[in-house]
Design a binder for this molecule. Structure first.
Ligand code: PMT
Length: 403
């Protein structure tokens, strides 16, 4: 899918070691349909040649304000007007300072003054330089001026330091760029989403859980963020990176998930209960590892509180979407949960079918309201999530207008 189809991106490359990643960044932006024109600072040319970036972008690379030939092809004012976005990656502390000061002492800083397009900065510098008061003050000023700051990431740096200051990965910048142009139809909404399994301790080393990977819930969180929602993701233990831009609350047990969900739905417009919450917990969790002295052992269980049903009991409740994981009589059981738990919608999946449901990349859902149903056919969970988020919003808007 070409999510950046016909988008015109000026990529500003400045003099940081991460400049070596920019040919790949240009290639990936073009794969998504973008037209990319590269502008380099003098410093950038110490790390990567204009010729490499010209070859991958298929466009002339501009590097000087005073180049009469380049100005003949596309002058700096035209370039500033041409752009749908100016993306500076990597952005050094120096270029950040110069843009903050409103300087126009090279082509890139001049473009930033001359454009009405959104400006995005992907900082890349030593962790000490990132934390320096001057850099932080510059970043705050830029944020106030509606400049978008993507990153930096954390990790080992070229200089051997460890900490914040790495340019985001190319994949992350490409995803954020695609998301940037998506219709932000959930802009004023706050979604709280539960995802993944819970773990109910038996003793210090054993627990009861299920096969939920968190993929479905994380995909919903990502789709809602793309559509502009503020997202709080309450997640059981999973091996997934949190979608960029969400508030992640990590929990282990059903009781912890219950507490965090009830606390966070207060301001939410929408609550999506995608987590596979353990229905029971162990009555007496052993303090020490249980020894296997007996042939048989019994573990007494107590029922956990139902999180989504308790959210539905709140006086000022959000729009509530539950999930139903069923292996038989899917519609019958799903509709039963919709009514019993007092939900607005329920998304049912047949988890007995191979290749979908728990711990799979794909899924198929049927979304039930009290009066209708909509099928979302088998597809990758990212695609399913996008359709689900849009459908949930339609039902939400219908309910809000009804009031
Ligand atoms: O995580 P993946 O590997 O991607 O798999 C996705 C999924 C199969 C887990 C997901 O699509 C799904 O079906 N999630 C709900 C699983 C489940 O627990 O279903 P249920 O039918 O047992 O529960 C019904 C609803 O009540 C669910 O919204 C559940 O979150 C909620 N519930 C259940 C028990 C409880 N104590 N509190 C709850 O809120």
């Amino acid at each position: 899918m070409q999510t950046l189809q016909d988008k015109k991106i000026v990529l500003g490359v400045t003099g940081g070691i991460a400049a070596y990643k920019t040919p790949e960044l240009v290639r990936r932006l073009k794969d998504h349909g973008a037209d990319v024109r590269v502008v380099m600072t003098e410093g950038a040319k110490a790390f990567i040649t204009p010729l490499s970036l010209q070859a991958v972008s298929g466009n002339h690379v501009s590097d000087s304000l005073l180049d009469s030939q380049a100005e003949l092809a596309m002058g700096h004012i035209e370039l500033a007007k041409w752009a749908d976005m100016i993306l500076i990656a990597p952005a050094t502390a120096d270029v950040i300072a110069r843009i903050t000061a409103g300087m126009a002492n090279d082509l890139l800083s001049t473009l930033c003054l001359a454009t009405s397009a959104p400006i995005v900065i992907a900082p890349a510098m030593n962790q000490q330089m990132w934390h320096a008061k001057a850099t932080q003050a510059n970043i705050s000023t830029l944020i106030q001026r509606d400049v978008f700051i993507w990153g930096p990431g954390s990790g080992e740096q070229a200089c051997g330091d460890v900490g914040l200051g790495r340019m985001l990965d190319v994949d992350e910048i490409v995803t954020l760029s695609s998301d940037f142009f998506v219709d932000k139809y959930l802009q004023d909404q706050h979604w709280v989403i539960t995802a993944g399994p819970t773990r109910e301790a038996i003793d210090p080393v054993r627990y009861i859980s299920n096969h939920s990977s968190g993929k479905m819930g994380y995909a919903i969180a990502h789709a809602a963020i793309r559509a502009g929602a503020k997202v709080t993701l309450i997640s059981g233990p999973v091996n997934l990176a949190a979608p960029i831009g969400c508030e992640l609350i990590q929990v282990t047990s059903a009781q912890q998930m219950h507490e965090k969900a009830l606390k966070n739905v207060a301001q939410a417009t929408t609550f999506v209960a995608c987590a596979a919450v353990a229905d029971y917990r162990v009555a007496d969790i052993a303090e020490e590892k249980i020894k296997k002295d007996n042939e048989h052992m019994q573990v007494a269980l107590i029922k956990n509180r139902d999180i989504v049903a308790d959210v539905a009991k709140l006086a000022d409740k959000p729009f509530i979407v539950g999930f139903a994981a069923e292996t038989q009589n899917v519609e019958h059981y799903a509709r039963g949960k919709l009514m019993r738990k007092n939900l607005d919608l329920i998304a049912a999946n047949d988890v007995a079918k191979a290749g979908q449901g728990f711990n799979s990349d794909d899924n198929a859902l049927t979304l039930y309201s009290a009066i209708d149903k909509t099928d979302i056919p088998l597809a990758n969970k990212q695609i399913i999530a996008k359709q689900l988020v849009s459908l949930i919003n339609k039902h939400y808007l219908a309910k809000v207008t009804e009031k």
